[in-house]
Each structure stands twice: as structure tokens, then as C-alpha cells.
Design a protein around this ligand. Structure first.
Ligand SMILES: [Zn+2]
Ligand SMILES: [Zn+2]
Length: 155
């Protein structure tokens, strides 16, 4: 489902950015952006490629890579590196106020809200540094893996 307001705002941000950087406003870049606006969870390049192909639209993986670099640079998406997995992206508007719990065993990512911690982090000031944003990753073992480990240990 495309949220129209979100898409319009994202397109405006991209247009400004491309203009400022003197880059071409190619239809592929906007098609990729539209798809990104439909993604509600984290996704990697492969998932985005599959989603775009699923719509019957063809763009190369390298165009997707390059466009995601631009979208990251202009602040529409954020790039995450969770352990050894391929880079994951998510829209900045979807990322505020949650942290990521990452299972070190199966790689599953759970998002949790922690408003107290977020407001604490937002209140922090660091000398000689102007902070833009923060990401919080908590590594550990998920409930499913804990259960599986117990079962296997009990054999
Ligand atoms: Zn997230
Ligand atoms: Zn797990």
C-alpha cells in the first residue's frame, strides 16, 4: 500500500537532492523510490529487486544499489548492517523510536519501542560533535532459538 503523502514528500526530497547534485531525474530512480515507500519493514537489495520485478518493472541490481546510495545520502532511507547479513534498509520515517534486537544465531531482527531510552539519547549532547541521529542494536538470542537450544541440549 502506498501512502500518498509519504510518497509525495519523498519524491520532493529526491527531486531537490538530484537538482542540487546535478544528477538526472531518471524514471528508474523514482520507480525505485515508490517501491521503497511501499516497504514497511527492513529490506535488502534482493527483496527490493524481487518486489520491483514482481510489478513487471525491470531495473538492474546495480541501478538499485546506486539509487539506494542516493536515497541514503538524501536522508530518505537508513542503511543498517546487522552482523554479517547483507545491508538492510528502512525508511527514516519508519525508523524513529525503535531499536533493533538482533538474534546472533538465526539473524532474525525484532523491532522494539523504548521511548524512555530514545528520549534519553535525544537529550545527549557531545562536545565538538553535532549529532544527526543514532541507531541502537542489541545483540542476543531470540526466544525461538533459546527454545531450540534447550531442546537440543536435552537430547
Ligand atoms: Zn527498524
Ligand atoms: Zn534466533
Amino acid at each position: 500500500m502506498i501512502d500518498d503523502k509519504l510518497r509525495t514528500a519523498a519524491r520532493a526530497t529526491l527531486t531537490e537532492y538530484l537538482k542540487a547534485k546535478r544528477l538526472r531525474k531518471t524514471p528508474e530512480r523514482y520507480a525505485i523510490l515508490d517501491k521503497v515507500c511501499e516497504m514497511n519493514k527492513h529490506f535488502d537489495i534482493e527483496a527490493l529487486y524481487a518486489a520491483i520485478e514482481g510489478d513487471g518493472y525491470h531495473v538492474s541490481r546495480s541501478t538499485i544499489y546506486n539509487t539506494m546510495e542516493l536515497l541514503t545520502d538524501c536522508g530518505i532511507v537508513r542503511r543498517h548492517q546487522f552482523g554479517a547479513q547483507p545491508a538492510q534498509y528502512e525508511r527514516v520515517s519508519a525508523t524513529v523510536n525503535h531499536l533493533h534486537l538482533i538474534c546472533q544465531q538465526c539473524g532474525k531482527i525484532k523491532e522494539v519501542k523504548d521511548p524512555e531510552l530514545v528520549s534519553f539519547m535525544n537529550s545527549r549532547r557531545y562536545s565538538a560533535f553535532h549529532d544527526s541521529y543514532f541507531c541502537l542494536y542489541v545483540y542476543g538470542i531470540c526466544a525461538a532459538c533459546t527454545r531450540r537450544n534447550r531442546r537440543e541440549a536435552g537430547k
